[in-house]
Design a protein around this ligand. Structure first.
Ligand SMILES: [Ca+2]
Ligand SMILES: [Ca+2]
Ligand SMILES: [Ca+2]
Length: 162
């Protein structure tokens, strides 16, 4: 009887150990890198602070800029000319996925109106946000919305965590 309880105790221990061991071998995924595959503007204002259109005679010409924490430009999209509210969302696929290896690094994402066709105007900043991926990684979503209820501009990033 005594030997049976010893055997049971040993079995129990081995189950507990194998339980711990399998948790150790297969922990919850913890990703430390992210790739941006595409960027969308899903909402924005089509007038500036003076309620005037971004361009006088046509729709705004949208492009995306991402700056790193040192305000160095790390991405600039192509320009989509003469955009309209009915054309939303506007989407840019990144030809080479933009890889981020430090999730706590801060970035700025902004959308501009390209005025390179108008020598009287600099490009207009339509809207932008500071963000980092630490605050977005809960559950590792593949679509990350960047917005603030106080402002009309909304971005959506399509990402892969790895
Ligand atoms: Ca303009
Ligand atoms: Ca235009
Ligand atoms: Ca323009």
């Amino acid at each position: 009887m005594k030997s049976l309880s010893v055997i049971l105790t040993i079995m129990l221990f081995s189950i507990l150990i194998s339980g711990c061991f399998s948790n150790y071998l297969y922990p919850e995924p913890e990703y430390s890198n992210v790739k941006i595959n595409s960027i969308k503007v899903t909402a924005m204002s089509f007038v500036d602070a003076n309620s005037t259109g971004w361009d006088n005679w046509s729709g705004p010409d949208l492009y995306i800029v991402i700056l790193d924490a040192n305000n160095t430009q790390v991405y600039r999209s192509s320009t989509k000319w003469d955009c309209s509210a009915s054309g939303l969302p506007y989407s840019w696929s990144l030809p080479t996925a933009f890889e981020i290896n430090n999730l706590s690094s801060n970035y700025t994402i902004s959308v501009y109106d390209d005025d390179s066709d108008d020598i009287t105007s600099n490009d207009d900043l339509i809207g932008g946000y500071y963000f980092n991926f630490d605050s977005a990684k809960e559950g590792y979503p593949t679509a990350i919305s960047i917005h603030n209820a106080a402002y009309p501009t909304k971005f959506e990033l399509s990402v892969i965590w790895y």
